[in-house]
Every structure is written in structure tokens, then in C-alpha cells.
Design a protein around this ligand. Structure first.
Ligand code: ACO
Length: 432
């Protein structure tokens, strides 16, 4: 393969397969990332590419999020994650991701108002919660309720008919998903649901709906609100991860936003993705129960005969450090100190991190704590139950999913996603 180093649009790479050679245009990203456009490969050579897990495949061009995994860089619309976490609210970051810029004071006012006025759920839909078993995992409830929004808001589901409704459907979903998340929790513990209050801001309202009861109003603590705000910001987008790729794939068939996001929620649920934060706490709790044997867990994670993995460690993209994990760890230390909580899980987590970072197995494979390693300890300290951790992740990731769905929809050349496969099953056989 001959790859010219020129940055001109005419830059090409040659691929020779057998006696056929094709010229692939080289696509160069903003930060000089290089990609080969192989869209002509099959029609010109008869070959397809094989890339298990899509580790080397860019599925789209996107202007939303930039990650440099080697150097621990994460930026939303060009702005470093560290600055956003320090200086902006989750609602402002949602606006940035979805509409491409941070809101002005006026825009922020309009956007916030739109969120507040759309946060209620249709009464009949609230009744649906009563028919789900109280043991339902809140992620199951959340994904079911989100796709059900298509049934209650059909006029918003078909943007081909109502293209002007895009801002309305976005606001409905951002506002309602938070309400649905809190209701899922209340139903899972058999408590009456608590309605949102107009006086509260986005995160405050979520905590209120989670923890207030018909007789007691939850006392909001600034540090707690701030910690959740930052967790949501840090999770808000992460380019083409499993759930976002799912949202884009479903959306590429022109499925409506609610259906696409519901599919993303299901993809997020798995323990190798968003479900890792729940798995981390379950792992830490079991270590504490067994007398705090951090070393034994590390040995199990290294043992190739054992399927056990150190949850909250490793990342497909980050091979140096996860910039989100660094911020989360600071929030965790600060919050636990402020709340006066001494959590044995935190001690075990720190021990594991210390041992793993010096261990050749983890060093060679570039395995570092990811965003989920410390986030669960923060959520636990706030009183959020383990099975709600991934729901909080979904709330955080929602603006990213919406931004990607919208970007794809606004790109007229988008094709339906339809990968190829290599068939390795039985050759033709006939019924006897
Ligand atoms: N514990 C032990 N070994 C690990 C771990 C781990 N957590 N993660 C990766 N490895 C090892 C693999 O066994 C493999 O070893 P080998 O080369 O000897 O076969 C090597 O490191 C590479 O691992 P892959 O699975 O090929 O890496 P991949 O990029 O496919 O997976 C993933 C990334 C899924 C995140 C993986 O590191 C993992 O399972 N981590 C634990 C789950 C987790 O924390 N997920 C949350 C990710 S962050 C998020 O979604 C927000």
C-alpha cells in the first residue's frame, strides 16, 4: 500500500488485491487523523474488509466530539472536557452538543424554559408503570418507557412530516427522560411517584423526584448537586461508542428519535459498557465482604483461564488515562470528605488502582481506571441505589445520543447502516 503524505484532497492510497489495484481517497480529520475511504473496494475488487469489533472502522464523519486516546484528550465541539466540567452546567453542555455552541444567556433561558414546560408525563403513561413488576431493572423500564413516548407523541415521531418540530422533540425527550428515570426508581421501591417542581433546575429536580416523599422534601445539598452535574457532563458524549453507534444505526433507517434512543439505552445496559458502573460496585462490595483481598482479585483478572475481568478498568480508546476518570476521582474524594463518609469500597478501589498500575499485566495492555471506576462510589455516597447507576449514565449520555441522531439526520448523504459479513456456516445442503 502506497500512502502519499500530502494533505491535498487528491491524497490517495493504493490497495492491490490480486491483479486489481484501486486508489482510495485519504480522508484527513481536523486533528490530522487519517482514514482510507474504501467505499469502492467491493465493487472494484470483490473484497470486503473484516474488522471484528470495528476497532479500525470509522462509520461516519462527525463534528461533535474529539478523542485522542493515546494522550487522554476529550473535547466536546472543540472544548476540553476539563473546562466544561469546571465552568458549565449539564444543560449548557447538552445545548453545546446538540446545537453546536454554548448557549447565550437568552438561549439558555429559552432552552431551560422548554425543558421545564415539557417535563411532565402523560397521565395514562404514568399508569403503565403500575403494570410492570416492581422487581424490574430500571434500565428495562426506562428503555420501554422511552420507546412508548412514540405512542403518546406520534405527531413528534414523524419528522419527515413535521421537520420544524425537531427542537420540540429534543426538549420533550431531555425533560421527560429525567422524569421517567426518577419514576422508574420510585416504582422499583414501591413508593408513590413525585412530580417535578418548576422552581428547581435540571439536576435539582432529578434529586427531588428521586428522594422526596409525599411528606418530606429532600434537602438539596450544593455539593451533591454539583457532583451529579459533573458526572452527567463527563458522560454526555463519547463519539462512536457501542450505544451511540446503536442510536446511529437504528436512526439510519429513519426510525424516530424515541425508538433510536430506546435502542441506545439497551446497548448501554451491558456490563462491558454503561453497566460497568454497577458491576464495579458489586465487585468492590464482594471484595469488602471477603475481607478486602484486593490482590486476589487482581490475580483473578490476570488469569486467562478465569473469565473474570477487573470492572472499571480498560478502555477501547484510552490507552494512557481516561481524562474523565481523573476528574471523577477528585469529585469522589471531595464529596466523601464533605459528607463525612468513610466507604470501605473506596479504600479497596484505591488499593486495586495502586496494585494494578504497577503490575506488568495491566501496564503492557495499557489498562487504566475508566470513568466507571469511581463514579459508582460517588453515586453510592449520595444514596443512589446500584441498579440506578446505569440510568444516571443514560441521562448523562442522552445529549450525545441526540446530537449524533440529529447530525446524521441533517446529513443528506447518510446511508442506511448495513455492514457485510463473512459467512462461515454450512455449505449448501438439501432436505432429504
Ligand atoms: N481486566 C482484565 N483484563 C483485561 C481487562 C480487564 N478489565 N480489560 C482488558 N483486558 C485484557 C484482555 O483480556 C486482553 O488481554 P489479552 O491481550 O491477553 O487477550 C487485553 O486486555 C485487551 O482487551 P480487549 O478485550 O481486546 O480490549 P477491548 O478494547 O476489546 O475492550 C473493554 C475494552 C470492553 C472496556 C475491556 O477493557 C473491559 O472488558 N473492561 C471491563 C469492563 C468495563 O470497565 N467497561 C466500561 C468501559 S468504559 C464505558 O463504557 C463507559
Amino acid at each position: 500500500m502506497d500512502n502519499s503524505q500530502s494533505k491535498q484532497p487528491s491524497e490517495t492510497a493504493e490497495i492491490t488485491v490480486g491483479n486489481k489495484t484501486i486508489l482510495c481517497p485519504v480522508i484527513t480529520g481536523t486533528e490530522n487523523e487519517k482514514a482510507l475511504d474504501i467505499s469502492q473496494l467491493r465493487s472494484k475488487t470483490g473484497f470486503v474488509t473484516y474488522d471484528d469489533g470495528f476497532s479500525n472502522t470509522a462509520s461516519c464523519l462527525s463534528s461533535i466530539t474529539y478523542i485522542d486516546g493515546e494522550n487522554g484528550v476529550l473535547r466536546y465541539r472543540g472544548i476540553p472536557i476539563e473546562e466544561l466540567a469546571e465552568k458549565r452546567t449539564f444543560v449548557e453542555v447538552a445545548h453545546l452538543l446538540i446545537f453546536g455552541h454554548l448557549p447565550s444567556a437568552d438561549e439558555r433561558g429559552v432552552f431551560s424554559k422548554l425543558l421545564t414546560s415539557n417535563c411532565m408525563i402523560h397521565d395514562n403513561m404514568v399508569k403503565l408503570f403500575d403494570n410492570l413488576p416492581s422487581s424490574s431493572h430500571p434500565m428495562a423500564t426506562l428503555s420501554a418507557m422511552v420507546v412508548t413516548l412514540s405512542a403518546y407523541y406520534p405527531e413528534l415521531s414523524n419528522l419527515e412530516i413535521n421537520p420544524g418540530e425537531i427542537n420540540q422533540i429534543i426538549a420533550e425527550l431531555l425533560a421527560k427522560l429525567r422524569t421517567l428515570a426518577a419514576y422508574s426508581y420510585k416504582k422499583s421501591i414501591g413508593e408513590p411517584i413525585i412530580y417535578p417542581k418548576r422552581k428547581y433546575r435540571y439536576v435539582e429536580n432529578f434529586l427531588h423526584m428521586m428522594f422526596s416523599t409525599p411528606v418530606d422534601e429532600y434537602p438539596l445539598d450544593k455539593e451533591v448537586v454539583d457532583a451529579i452535574e459533573k458526572i452527567l457532563i463527563l458522560h454526555a458524549d463519547h463519539e462512536q461508542n457501542c450505544s451511540t453507534s446503536t442510536v446511529r444505526l437504528v436512526g439510519s433507517s429513519k426510525a424516530n428519535l424515541f425508538a433510536s434512543i430506546s435502542a441506545g439505552i439497551c446497548a448501554l445496559w451491558g456490563p462491558l459498557h454503561g453497566g460497568a458502573n454497577q458491576a464495579v460496585i458489586e465487585m468492590l462490595e464482594s471484595i469488602v465482604r471477603d475481607g478486602g483481598q484486593a490482590k486476589r482479585v487482581i490475580e483473578r483478572a490476570k488469569d486467562k483461564k478465569d473469565s473474570f475481568r477487573l470492572m472499571g478498568f480498560g478502555h477501547r480508546i484510552y490507552k494512557n488515562f481516561d481524562p474523565r476518570a481523573k476528574i471523577i476521582k477528585e469529585i469522589c474524594d471531595k464529596l466523601l470528605l464533605k459528607l463525612g463518609i468513610n466507604d470501605p469500597c473506596l479504600d479497596v478501589a484505591k488499593q486495586i488502582e495502586e496494585i494494578a498500575l504497577k503490575d506488568d499485566y495491566f501496564i503492557e495492555r495499557k489498562l487504566y481506571p475508566n470513568v466507571d471506576f469511581y463514579s459508582g462510589i460517588i453515586l453510592r455516597a449520595i444514596g443512589i441505589p446500584t441498579n440506578m447507576f446505569t440510568v444516571i449514565f443514560a441521562m448523562g449520555r442522552l445529549p450525545g445520543w441526540i446530537a449524533h441522531w440529529k447530525e446524521q439526520r441533517d446529513t443528506p448523504t447518510t446511508k442506511i447502516g448495513r455492514p457485510r459479513q463473512i459467512y462461515v456456516g454450512a455449505p449448501i445442503k438439501h432436505i432429504e
